[in-house]
Write a protein that binds this ligand. Structure first.
Ligand SMILES: C[S@@+](CC[C@H](N)C(=O)[O-])C[C@H]1O[C@@H](n2cnc3c(N)ncnc32)[C@H](O)[C@@H]1O
Length: 712
């Protein structure tokens, strides 16, 4: 019981005691425990391509921040506007006039917006059956909403490295950089993160997935509480990781060498052992293998003359070189040639090197006993090189099996035991403090980026190997995993997923979202030079244009942007020349926002096609179409679109000739017709209804999309 209840119990007057108890109980209901932070005005989005019309919410292009106006009338390109607060009329400041060309349309929470993906490049180096990575230049809040249409509950891992809210104007809330003097900077950061985490949660596979979030000293306590609040019931662990062993000096403070990584285990997510404890450099994978001894002896003591009883043949089947039987020892008086070789076998004698005959390590009787217990096997046989290695388990190994130090986990094709050290797995369990040379952000983040795209600057990219290692714990055995990073920055996550695929031939794919932000100083300079966001001269300076896309193109192709082979080798888990690139495919998109009333039907079809391709798993080269035909089957992607529903019968016939189709989009405004067509097509296909007003199918920012999932 809390102190207050104890004190209440001591009130002698019964009625007063009951009255105060009731008041306190009511008060307690309104008091929140845990993370409490101020709500902020909902985030708005500027849509430079939409026309300014009466009734629209607008902002002045040249102004940062969120000063909004509602257009009342437009006369001779002059708009008369009233001040508005995200949609509501504000006191005063009515009838202000601005040239229409100075205004930009703004959408606030609840105003539907219609996103479209516009291709801005691709790299095709993977085999046709490899799914494509997707990299999107956009504000993540809206793109996450769009992704819900394609991947709700389907994402295996989300890795994010959000702005750390350092106070150094490193991120924007509602179009304004947040600096250290902003008294609301923590609640704005929390507000921004909360909205995105709610959407992220809906994207993650509820039965088995992981959310990984990196953070530093500025927000780690608040992030911990936020995650706990958003992911109740999930195991959440914070790992401390050394990323800068030299330390960042702080006046009168400990020099910081670390940051933090939060892991949220969703559903049945399991840590997959990688043979590394992350704290030390011990290679448990190598250590946990119990050593099998070579059967062939070497050295003077191993000469045949010293071990006549250990000179005998081992018979291997000619068909597959598996062990047929173990022969008997022969003395000097019996010639090898006179030994009877069983039908269909070859005899392998102890090795003869430099004119010296050696022996096997045991007498044949012992070897037969060992074999019966599963302790004898061949190694990699190469008859052309006369190489026939044999291995056996020593008496010591069998003793360890008996006392449990070594455990038997199965039998191999020669009936040999598959064994490992019992504590191998235990001692390799990854620790919650990581100290890996590979995770140094300077050497393997910033310097690596310089090799890939010389001369381009990006603040604090992660070490490539740090991202790779964090993901490996959860997707090493999920070779088709879908990975999302919605604070993509320089593109490290896409690069890391490509490396994981290279290591095991996997087909994992990533979706990376990052905005095309310019730094606060650059924004100031550009504004002074008369440019504004949305103009090509401004956008060309953004992170996506300058860093994200060129870095991923360079990593995949192995060439710098000016066409030179990239020098140096990758290190750690998989070492090979950076110039080799990766056999992976990636397509880059920008998000555009369209006006469904102003877009021609063909353009709208074209605009949603990339979304349909994504929904069908990003497979096969993406194609363009205006959708003027009765149906559309891309050459490679596994989907089809029935555009004219009257042609359903012919569409079915055409479908029967195509083997690879898995997704079918049926354009109809009638739920009933959709149901009928879906039933006729059967369960073999994922059928999706598409409204004829194509853009309506993917509208976002509405209460249905946000409030249903609780992201408002
Ligand atoms: C800390 S960086 C991520 C660095 C990344 N892990 C790397 O290794 O390069 C965060 C990135 O998120 C981007 N970003 C911030 N807010 C965003 C938003 N609302 N939507 C999309 N991207 C955003 C920033 O432009 C920045 O590049």
């Amino acid at each position: 019981m809390a102190k207050i209840e104890d004190l209440i119990l001591q009130i002698p007057n019964e009625r007063l005691r009951a009255g105060i108890a009731a008041e306190v109980k009511a008060l307690k209901k309104t008091k929140k425990f845990g993370l409490v932070f101020e709500e902020h005005l909902p985030e708005t989005v500027r849509l430079p391509r939409l026309p300014v019309k009466p009734g629209e919410l607008v902002a002045l292009k040249r102004e940062a921040g969120n000063q909004l106006w509602r257009v009342k009338t437009i006369h001779k390109n002059i708009a008369t506007c009233d001040r508005a607060v995200t949609g509501y009329p504000a006191a005063g400041e009515a009838n202000q006039q601005f040239p229409v060309s100075d205004l930009v349309v703004v959408r606030s929470f609840g105003d539907a917006i219609y996103p479209a993906l516009v291709s801005v490049g691709r790299v095709e180096r993977g085999s046709p059956d490899k799914p494509w990575h997707v990299v999107i230049n956009a504000e993540n809040f809206h793109t996450l909403q769009l992704l819900l249409y394609c991947y709700e509950g389907k994402v295996d891992a989300i890795y994010i490295d959000p702005p750390y809210n350092s106070g150094a104007r490193d991120w924007k809330y509602n179009n304004d950089y947040i600096d250290k003097n902003d008294p609301w900077r923590h609640s704005k950061w929390l507000s921004m993160m909360q909205k995105r985490l709610k959407l992220a949660k809906r994207l993650l596979n509820p039965t088995d997935s992981v959310l990984i979030v990196t953070i530093d000293e500025k927000e780690f306590q608040r992030l911990a509480l936020l995650l706990e609040q958003q992911f109740p019931g999930c195991t959440i662990q914070m790992v401390t990781t050394v990323i800068n062993p030299k330390g960042t000096a702080r006046y009168n403070e400990f020099s910081r060498v670390e940051e933090y990584v939060f892991f949220v285990f969703i559903g049945a997510a399991k840590l997959q052992s990688t043979g590394k404890d992350m704290l030390t450099n011990r290679d448990y994978a190598a250590e946990s293998e119990v050593r099998w001894r070579g059967l062939a002896r070497t050295g003077r003591k191993g000469l045949r003359s010293n071990n006549p009883g250990s000179w005998y043949p081992i018979f291997l089947k000619k068909s597959d070189f598996s062990i047929h039987s173990i022969g008997d020892a022969i003395g000097r008086e019996i010639a090898e040639a006179s030994v009877k070789v069983p039908h269909g076998t070859i005899a392998v004698w102890p090795p003869n090197k430099d004119g010296h005959e050696y022996s096997w390590s045991t007498v044949p009787e012992t070897l037969r006993t060992i074999q019966a217990k599963g302790g004898f096997k061949t190694g990699r046989i190469n008859p052309a090189k006369n190489s026939f290695p044999f291995y056996y388990l020593s008496t010591g190994a069998f003793e360890k099996i008996a006392n449990g130090e070594i455990v038997v986990t199965g039998r191999g094709p020669m009936n040999e035991l598959i064994i490992e050290f019992a504590d191998g797995a235990k001692s390799a369990a990854p620790r919650s403090v990581w100290n890996q040379v590979a995770h140094d952000a300077g050497s393997h983040g910033t310097s690596l980026l310089q090799r890939l795209i010389p001369g381009k600057k990006f603040p604090f990219p992660k070490s490539l190997y740090a991202v790779e290692d964090a993901l490996r714990f959860f997707i090493q055995r999920k070779t088709n995993a879908l990975v999302l990073d919605f604070f993509g920055g320089s593109g490290t996550t896409t690069h890391a997923v490509a490396r994981l695929n290279k290591q095991d031939g996997g087909s994992r794919r990533s979706i990376l979202i990052t905005n095309n932000e310019v730094s606060a100083d650059e924004a100031e300079a550009l504004r002074q030079s008369g440019f504004e966001p949305g103009q090509p001269d401004w956008e060309v300076h953004g992170i996506f244009e300058q860093v994200t896309r060129p870095r991923i193109v360079a990593a995949f192709s192995g060439k710098t942007p000016d066409g030179h082979a990239i020098s140096g080798d990758y290190k750690f888990n998989d070492e090979f020349p950076i110039a080799d690139g990766f056999e992976e495919n990636v397509e880059f998109f920008s998000v555009d926002f369209l006006d469904p009333d102003a877009v021609a039907r063909g353009d709208a079809f074209q605009a949603i096609l990339p979304i349909l391709w994504m929904m069908a798993g990003c497979r096969g080269v993406r194609e363009e179409s205006k959708g003027s035909q009765a149906w559309f089957f891309p050459k490679q992607a596994p989907f089809g679109v029935l555009i004219k529903e009257k042609e359903f019968r012919a569409f079915r016939e055409a479908l029967a000739e195509r083997r690879q189709i898995e997704w079918i989009y049926l354009v109809t405004d009638s739920e009933e017709n959709f149901g009928l067509m879906r039933r006729t097509l059967g369960r073999k296909f994922h059928c999706v209804q598409l409204y004829k007003n194509y853009l309506e199918n993917f509208r976002i920012n509405t209460p249905e999309v946000l409030i249903e999932g609780g992201a408002a």
